[in-house]
Ligand binder design. Structure first.
Ligand SMILES: O=C(O)CCC(=O)C(=O)O
Ligand SMILES: [Fe+2]
Length: 376
């Protein structure tokens, strides 16, 4: 009955819209009233189903009635007026709502690591200082000399093949040309990237350059399996960020092109099943996503201006420019992570798409389908 309950909040601007829950200020254990006293005082107006501390102060409580009428009666009788049952105390009351669930779960704690070995996701590698400061300057000068394409929040350049945001795939028949010579040394270094097997194809032929202004990130996604081969390299320049990895429960993935507007990632039910961990990407570091980390984990760059790693706060700089190198897939994906694979789950997703079309309700199974054209 008397636990702190941060699920309730005042509804800014709508404090006078009746709900069964009252936010009651100047009332609580710190000003000499027990939760039982409060319950009986408000109980005069109807059935009280809960009294909760609204915050840590001990002077604000949430009183939940089973009926909105009862809350209205209590509001009328007690707001700003002395309450006889509580020793003539004058309380300030507004209606309270259940906080939108996203907010409750937004600040979920998860660890942020500096190294891939600490991160511990199979197939994720990070090499610090993959390029020198000089090389970084040269790369930035080269891309800044070329035409950027503006998406709603960031700018991009594509080389080798254009990435089509509508389908989250590339048009493999439309070859734009070899990757530019200013990335030749990087392509060369990729060939000897530590930890790669001899049989893995390290010849990259598609490059996406992303320029993120300070505070802009990237929505959670898995790069479409059928679009690119296994290895995805991403070089960070100009500024740092953290990249969060999320492993969603099985059965929650849907085809990248399915037109679902809702992302249910913050529903509490699902949130508690998502495994989240993050890695700090300093400028000049090269990240490799392969295997399980590439195929089964969503990657995500939070939209924020300051990243925290342990006790340290890292401010994002005015921009971060990433160079993502991939190899366009010719054929279809036959990875062992079938539940996340558009090549191997076509049938199920046809069904999912039908469900979406036939019903205006959100998917029965929560699905994760970025829909904005510039999410990825
Ligand atoms: O900016 C990055 O490092 C990642 C970019 C990315 O995930 C993508 O383009 O799919
Ligand atoms: Fe990606």
């Amino acid at each position: 009955m008397n636990m702190m309950n941060s699920r309730f909040t005042r509804f800014k601007g709508l404090e006078n819209e009746p709900t069964p829950n009252l936010f009651v200020a100047n009332c609580g254990p710190a000003v000499g009233m027990s939760f039982d006293n409060i319950e009986s005082a408000f109980g005069i107006f109807g059935k009280v189903v809960g009294v909760h501390a609204a915050d840590e102060t001990g002077t604000r409580v949430i009183v939940c009635f089973s009926e909105v009428n009862a809350a209205q009666a209590a509001f009328k009788a007690l707001n700003g007026l002395p309450c006889a049952e509580l020793g003539g105390r004058i309380m300030h009351i507004s209606y309270s709502v259940v906080r939108p669930l996203q907010k409750v779960h937004k600040d979920i704690f998860f660890p942020v690591y500096f190294s891939a070995s600490d991160l511990g996701i199979p197939g994720i590698y990070l090499v610090h200082d993959f390029i020198t400061v000089e090389e970084e300057k040269r790369l930035l000068a080269e891309v800044d000399n070329r035409q950027w394409r503006s998406l709603s929040k960031r700018r991009v350049q594509h080389y080798g093949y254009e990435f089509l945001y509508e389908t989250r795939n590339i048009d493999s028949k439309h070859f734009l040309g070899e990757l530019p010579s200013f990335v030749s040394n990087i392509l060369q270094k990729i060939l000897s990237f530590p930890g790669l097997g001899r049989d893995q194809n390290k010849e990259m032929d598609q490059l996406t350059v992303n320029e993120y202004p300070c505070g802009v990130g990237l929505s959670p996604h898995i790069d479409t399996h059928s679009a690119f081969d296994e290895l995805i390299f991403s070089l960070s320049t100009a500024g740092p960020c953290i990249m969060e990895f999320r492993r969603y429960p099985e059965g929650t993935w849907c085809h990248p092109t399915a037109s679902v507007n809702e992302i249910h990632e913050d529903t509490p039910l699902l949130s508690s099943y998502i495994t989240r961990k993050a890695i700090f990407l300093p400028p000049r570091s090269m990240l490799l996503m392969s295997g399980e980390g590439r195929y089964a984990w969503h990657h995500y760059i939070p939209h924020r201006k300051v990243d925290r790693v342990g006790e340290t706060a890292f401010e994002r700089s005015s921009r971060r420019v990433s160079f993502t190198f991939r190899k366009v897939m010719k054929g279809s994906c036959c990875c062992p992570y079938k539940q996340y694979c558009d090549s191997q789950l076509e049938c199920r997703n046809q069904q999912v798409k039908q469900d979406i079309v036939q019903s205006s309700l959100p998917l029965k199974r929560e699905a994760f389908c970025p829909t904005d054209t510039d999410r990825i």
